[in-house]
Design a protein around this ligand. Structure first.
Ligand code: ATP
Ligand code: MG
Length: 441
């Protein structure tokens, strides 16, 4: 008997074991007759199993064109399950039900192009569409001053040496971005395309903007940041000009890095944007980009976002942002470096052990860590006022601050996990999955 058959028998003998049920799904990947498993699932009671298992089985059944059976496995209202239910209902032609389920999924921030196309168009006609907030993830703490666009950045250069930890992502940037950029002719020889842009994505406040600037420095290139929100706020016609001008400037002063921060403001999918007034901006951008990537010698186009699922896949087509890099929350070394940078030049007692705090702050973003130091600083100031003399920041202040500031990357990671599982378009979130595997171990 095959391994799959063995597992199915085992699952029949222990109808309450979710682990065996999921093992059945996994075994189907290399089984010759996954249909037998589909039959088994269709005849099995979903009740004893929890959400993840139900979702796994439902997805398997959907992938094997067994929508009716899949539906039985997604009768509860947990986020991912509602998305699968919408797919099953759509496959069965039950549009109204599918739309209801999809709305629940959207309320959890989940979405899928297939469902958008099938369900939302009609919604728009009856104007009952759900508008999802675009920037779901605002990071706390200070925001840095933004330089004017289409001008080379004149701030002090940040290099990889200034960025603590994150060795993994630095190595990836060297291999996937800097090397092809510097050795273009070599890549051409091997007919390996080095063109196209790179999308940096990850939770807010974790160094995307910082890494983009440092990448420019590492390439010895001028840095041209484009503030999309500002460009969008201009008059019709004016924004297009400004955008085209940015491309021109970067071309004229190569080697250069053209950086579009918070690209989702421009590249939002239909369901994430408030209207179509941006259409002409988008087409200007894509035209420039397409014409540009044909002759992009010496210009690197980078973009960053913390809502990658809001970015229209049209922006990720070949020759556009066809490579993406996940910028994870800071690792222990990075957390210590960030804490040290934030503490530098502030009155402090020698008893602060930033390494120990770094150890305890897994899941905190760079902005969260800055927030901890700010909060500790406020406490020291209060104490100074009370005592009428400077009271330096102490370990006690840091501990108190740590209790107050909560990590903000966990919510993002949970949402990214759902996207990776249920809407991993072209493997966009593979890096997130690899990170989560290590992170949760
Ligand atoms: N590895 C690091 N080393 C030193 N500082 C860091 C590191 N990571 C983040 N920071 C600091 O944390 C703060 C947030 O970083 P940054 O603005 O680059 O985040 P972001 O990913 O672009 O966030 P958002 O998605 O909100 O735009 C900055 O002050 C940055 O200097
Ligand atoms: Mg940023």
């Amino acid at each position: 008997m095959s391994e799959l058959q063995d597992l199915i028998e085992a699952a029949k003998a222990t109808p309450k074991s979710s682990a065996i049920l999921r093992a059945v799904v996994r075994a189907c990947a290399d089984a010759v007759d996954p249909e037998s498993a589909a039959d088994f699932f269709a005849a099995t009671d979903p009740a004893p199993h929890e959400e993840v298992t139900r979702a796994t089985v439902a997805k398997f059944l959907l992938d094997h064109q067994r929508a009716e059976a899949a539906l039985a496995w997604c009768q509860t209202d947990e986020g991912p399950v509602t998305l699968l239910r919408a797919r099953a209902q759509l496959a069965l032609g039950r549009l109204a039900d599918a739309r209801e389920s999809y709305k629940l999924a959207q309320a959890e921030g989940l979405s899928m192009d297939e469902l958008d196309d099938a369900l939302l168009e009609r919604d728009a006609a009856t104007s009952t569409g759900t508008v999802i907030q675009l920037r779901q993830f605002q990071r706390g703490g200070k925001t840095e001053a933004k330089p004017a666009d289409a001008q080379a950045d004149s701030r002090p250069r940040v290099t990889f040496a200034d960025i603590g930890g994150l060795e993994d992502i630095k190595a990836q940037i060297r291999r996937k971005i800097i090397l092809p950029f510097e050795k273009k002719s070599l890549f051409d020889r091997f007919r390996k395309r080095a063109g196209g842009g790179v999308l940096l994505y990850g939770p807010p406040g974790c160094g995307k903007t910082l890494l983009a600037r440092a990448t420019a420095a590492e390439c010895n290139a001028k840095f041209f940041p484009v503030e999309i929100a500002e460009v969008l706020s201009m008059w019709l016609g004016e924004s297009e000009k400004r955008l085209a001008h940015a491309f021109e400037q970067a071309r004229a002063q190569k080697p250069s890095v053209l950086f579009f921060d918070e690209i989702e403001a421009l590249a939002a999918r239909r369901r994430f944007s408030e209207g179509d007034h941006k259409a002409s901006m988008v087409s200007t951008f894509l035209n420039e980009f397409d014409g540009f990537s044909a002759t992009n010698d010496g210009v690197l186009v980078l973009a960053a976002t913390n809502v990658p699922w809001a970015v229209d896949p049209a922006f990720r087509r070949n020759g556009r942002f066809d490579r993406s890099l996940f910028v994870p929350p800071p690792d222990r070394v990075a957390r210590k470096a960030i804490l040290d940078i934030e503490l530098k030049d502030r009155p402090q007692h020698g008893d602060i052990d930033s390494a120990a705090i770094a150890e305890r702050t897994s899941g905190y973003s760079g902005a969260d860590l800055a927030n901890i130091v700010e909060t500790a600083c406020d406490l020291a100031i209060e104490e100074s006022i009370d005592n009428d003399r400077i009271a330096p920041i102490t370990a006690k202040h840091m501990t108190a601050a740590l209790k107050e500031v909560k990590p903000t990357t966990l919510e993002w990671l949970a949402q990214a996990r759902n996207y990776a599982k249920f809407a991993n378009e072209g493997g966009l979130y593979d890096d997130v999955v690899a990170f989560l595997d290590k992170f949760t171990r």
